[in-house]
Design a protein around this ligand. Structure first.
Ligand SMILES: Nc1ncnc2c1ncn2[C@@H]1O[C@H](COP(=O)(O)OP(=O)(O)OP(=O)(O)O)[C@@H](O)[C@H]1O
Ligand SMILES: [Mg+2]
Length: 171
């Protein structure tokens, strides 16, 4: 028996009088891909928001790697290794794939200049090793020129980069 990487135990979430979730329990093991299906208003986004630390459960709890935990904000879930990619990917069409991957965490020199070449090299590595986006071989392409699926892949590359940069021992 392996310990699930994420477990939801009897989670309920109410918004005022409305019960968005009642007694939701499931677990995800390492390497598993889980789909969450349900009607409009069934509570899927609410469940994702709970896992992402956006909402707090009204009752029940989450466990990460077997340890009971409470996410009080998005940073808590990020520290637990959870990245969320929304359908509306919040990318900037007028910027390159590189600039979108590094958005909000740009590499800068001591005097504040963007380290464009360094960011481009890392983006290239992410595209080559972690997230291969079909039809894309350069991180210089503008995101506005990509298809919907390619944009989602850039959003995934952005999420993967969070892990990737730890391996690169960036300061
Ligand atoms: N912030 C909120 N405040 C009040 N009610 C909310 C809030 N968020 C969601 N709800 C309600 O909770 C219920 C579940 O909504 P949720 O968005 O989780 O559904 P969903 O399964 O993602 O639906 P869809 O398939 O339409 O995206 C709905 O009745 C919704 O109106
Ligand atoms: Mg939804």
């Amino acid at each position: 028996m392996t310990t699930p990487i994420l477990e939801l135990h009897n989670i309920s979430k109410s918004f005022g009088a409305l019960d968005a979730l009642r007694g939701l329990s499931f677990h995800i093991n390492q390497g598993e891909v889980i789909g969450l299906l349900g009607d409009n208003g069934a509570g899927k986004s609410t469940a994702v928001n709970l896992i992402s630390g956006i909402h707090k459960p009204t009752s029940g709890h989450l466990s990460v790697d077997g340890k009971q935990t409470l996410f009080t904000c998005r940073m808590d879930s990020a520290e637990a290794g959870i990245e969320t990619i929304y359908q509306n990917t919040a990318l900037v069409d007028s910027l390159s794939i590189t600039r979108n991957i590094f958005m909000g965490r740009e590499r800068c020199s001591g005097v504040g200049f963007l380290k464009l070449a360094e960011m481009r090299d890392i983006a290239m590595d992410v595209l080559k090793s972690a997230v291969h986006i079909s039809g894309i071989d350069s991180p210089d392409m503008l995101v506005g020129e990509l298809s919907g699926g390619q944009k989602q892949a850039v959003a995934i590359a952005r999420a993967v980069f969070v892990d990737f940069r730890q391996e690169l021992t960036l300061d």
